[in-house]
Design a protein around this ligand. Sequence first.
Ligand code: AMP
Length: 194
Amino acid sequence: MRYFILFGPPGAGKGTHAGAIGRKYNMKHISTGELLRAEIAAGTELGKHAQELISAGSLVPDEVVEGMIENAFDTIKGYDGFLLDGFPRTLGQAKDLDRILAKRGEKVDAVISIMIPDDIVRERIRHRATVEGRADDASESTITNRINTYHTRTEPLIQFYKEAGNYYEADGYPGTIEQNQKRILDMISEKIGD
Ligand code: AMP
């Protein structure tokens, strides 16, 4: 099995490009944000606890998302790997992921990082709010908190994975969705193979 991490700030295009990457490499796309929104929609206890943190633009506790990830690894069959989107988001999650995979005799094969500047993050999230209607896209203070949370909690992972030697970066801006997707797929194919 192969394990790729799709990395980048909110609005970088991780969800947008995950489908094409997943199809090409027969990998299952797992977005912890989508899994959490499904829990909220279903009105589960987990969803109720997560809702407030998500709508404030804060992170949910590491053990919550790690439980969802382990559950996905245990139950989803029929793919050559997993494409993790929005996880890990803290150094603790990254280290725990290494432990979770080591128990299975597996490892993170590649971190595919999509980079865009903060002003484009804001622009994209404001646009997405009109299309998808996500609660955490709707207010400026939530967007600001998500950008700050990305810089303080998530960005340190870049150094962590650079040191691990499996960090690969592509620009997610400028260009159309198609142009960005081609740039990202070409980068993966050059660095990791087809
Ligand atoms: P996303 O759809 O990836 O933008 O995630 C939406 C929200 O879900 C985030 O702003 C967090 O509140 C929460 N979330 C998603 N993934 C994680 C994670 N790995 N760790 C903590 N919180 C997360």
